[in-house]
Write a protein that binds this ligand. Structure first.
Ligand code: SF4
Length: 614
């Protein structure tokens, strides 16, 4: 294969310039093609090219247009299809299920991604090229690989492999799997034989499953059972959740009406050398030149650096454990320095590194010896409470200091979230360093809530830890010419959260002067622990029942976070009456809302009574 081009080809003419008559692999994506390592299609395309395969890209094809799908003819080996960097339903709809008017991954922000893009694209490719293998991947396929609750239809859907005519599904970060698939197909293996690749899922005929059930496989309740029985759904979820580990995870099987969905164990994490190599491939860090309008998602990440992958925080509402996993994979500081140095040579570079991070910024270089040999513990959560977790931030401090010293770099910001319980567990001066050099006016943190039973359900540190962090932050503000502030992210409507919990949070926000517009209303996205709780009303790991706010109660909870907004007054009053906190209605300095037009509690009595937190 020729050396890497400036951009991967998007047309036959661009392919011909690279001496390509037929592409080995064609990647189809719901995003515009931006040649940046934050965009999955560019990352996978560059890695495949590096492994010796020619790759063409079809970006944002019209679902109904055969011409778009035929633009590069048939590939020699396979089509790789993804919805893009986001799940199409999450991207196309607001949490209130209203259709969004724009898409930041599209030129000019214009909506082009069809609903359930992976299924739409796969069907169309299968119709046009029935003999060419199809591999689906990306966040949408990855997080819909088992039967799952779909918020947009409010029902359990089958695995995406039962809905889309694909031969294989790549889950998690896909570099290792995609290269193996390409090499084995190129060596003449049939796609039907590729059932043993870690980090992939496939289907098996029901008859074959009955006659030759593989050994050592964890069978979880099937689609028919989980679709009608919520405790079975919760049990199935807990079973597959525990197998999402590349070292100790076993294969998982879930029967569906016409097929058996098999998930192999997750792919082995990339080594430091492998990560370094991938992130130093010659990404243009720009959108393909054929686009006439800017792609909004590029601007905030164009000069950001990925320092590591994985997150052991395992927040319940985040499905990252099912995608990147808990084991932290860090790059070497030398590689990151080389990448930043290259950025400084770009004419668009203004001296600002927008972010150095991963899913959680301050997990760079943190580790546990257990990860290498035994994987992440199935029965324990990784946190500073575990003595095996190395929490020193020294390498991060040294990395940030080195980046600041690169000629042409004026500022280095931390844009990814930080986990403040880790900051408190370490004395290497990380917080002081980032306050002095790496945040502008605000430090974003995500306590999400302050009621202990809610933070426990979310698997977040409790209020006491957040308070200690705020106090340490305040101490560091003394003597500063320009004061900085904590910008907290809070969440309403999470399973386990009641209206009295939200009132407690609103009072906390008032007392600590933390009122913010940055409020998130919980959305049950595919395959998170919280989504399982939302659908079943159960904690999947204990099967204990949970309160789940829905409908009008969810609106009241959200309104309580924005209690100053006059449009929310009626809902806030309703919530305060329900919580038995009428003392917070009126004109006193402690009140959250004025009493004007106060009405009887239309919703009072429908919700849980006030209860003690924790
Ligand atoms: S020993 Fe502790 S840090 Fe290591 S995997 Fe287990 S829980 Fe996580």
């Amino acid at each position: 294969m020729s050396r890497q081009p400036l951009f991967l080809p998007m047309s036959l003419q661009e392919g011909e310039k690279q001496g390509i008559r037929q592409f080995d692999i064609i990647l189809i994506t719901g995003d515009a093609y931006v040649d940046h390592p934050s965009f999955g299609t560019a990352l996978i395309g560059r890695v495949l090219w590096d492994a010796g395969f020619s790759v063409g890209i079809i970006a944002q094809p019209q679902g109904k247009s055969p011409e778009d799908f035929k633009a590069l003819n048939a590939p020699r080996l396979f089509f790789g299809i993804s919805s893009g960097n986001v799940d199409s339903m999450v991207d196309n709809y607001t949490p209130n299920l209203r259709r969004r008017s724009d898409d930041v991954y599209s030129p000019g922000g214009i909506l082009k991604r069809p609903d359930r893009a992976t299924i739409v694209y796969t069907n169309r490719v299968h119709e046009l090229f029935p003999d060419v293998p199809v591999v689906i991947g990306g966040i949408e396929a990855s997080l819909r690989r088992f039967a799952h609750y779909d918020y947009w239809q409010d029902r359990v859907r089958q695995s995406i492999l039962a809905d889309a005519p694909a031969d294989l599904l790549v889950f998690g970060m896909g570099e290792r799997q995609m290269v193996e698939i390409a090499k084995r197909l190129a060596a003449g293996e049939s796609v039907c034989n590729l059932r043993d690749i870690h980090g992939t899922s496939c289907t098996m005929e029901v008859a074959e499953w009955r006659s030759a059930r593989p050994e050592g496989i964890v069978e979880i309740p099937g689609f028919a059972e989980v679709a009608r029985d919520k405790p079975a759904y919760a049990r199935a979820f807990a079973l597959h959740y525990h197998e999402q580990d590349p070292v100790r995870g076993k294969p998982v099987a879930q029967p569906h009406p016409k097929t058996i969905v098999i998930q192999n164990p997750p792919a082995r994490p990339l080594t430091t050398e492998e990560l370094d190599h991938i992130y130093e491939l010659p990404f243009a860090r720009r959108a393909h030149p054929s686009y006439m309008r800017a792609i909004p998602a590029l601007e905030p990440v164009q000069f950001s650096v990925t320092s590591h992958r994985g997150c052991f925080g395992a927040c319940s509402f985040c499905a990252l454990t099912h995608h990147q996993g808990r084991i932290i994979q860090s790059r070497s500081s030398d590689s990151i320095i080389r990448e930043v140095t290259r950025m400084t040579k770009m004419p668009e570079f203004k001296g600002i590194i927008q972010d150095v991070g991963g899913p959680t910024a301050n997990m760079y270089s943190l580790s546990c010896d257990q990860w290498e040999t035994g994987g992440a513990c199935a029965d324990k959560r990784c946190s500073p409470a575990c003595k095996n977790l190395r929490t020193s931030h020294e390498e991060q401090c040294s990395l940030l200091t080195r980046i600041r010293g690169i000629p042409g770099v004026k500022h280095v910001f931390i844009g990814s979230g930080i986990r403040y319980d880790l900051v408190l567990a370490d004395d290497s001066g990380y917080l002081e360093l980032i306050c002095n050099h790496h945040i502008s006016g605000h430090l974003k943190v995500a306590p999400e809530h302050i009621a202990l039973k809610v933070t426990k359900t979310m698997n977040k540190p409790g209020r006491e830890v957040f308070d200690r962090f705020c106090s340490q932050f305040e101490t560091l503000q003394k003597g500063k010419k320009k004061r900085q502030y904590i910008l907290p992210y809070f969440m309403s409507g999470h399973p386990g959260c009641t209206i009295p919990d939200m009132v407690a949070l609103a009072v906390y926000i008032r007392d600590h002067n933390l009122y913010t517009e940055q409020v998130q209303d919980f959305t049950p996205t595919p395959m998170s622990v919280s989504s399982c709780m939302y659908y079943t009303g159960l904690n999947p790991f204990t099967l204990e029942p949970l309160h789940v706010p829905r409908g009008q109660e969810k609106k009241i909870q959200r309104a309580l976070m924005h209690y100053r907004d006059p449009r929310n007054r009626e809902l806030v009053i309703e919530g305060l009456i329900t919580a038995g906190r009428t003392d917070l209605i009126g004109t006193g300095h402690q009140c959250l809302v004025h009493a004007k037009n106060r009405t009887a509690g239309r919703f009072a009595g429908k919700y849980r009574k006030p209860e003690k937190n924790g």
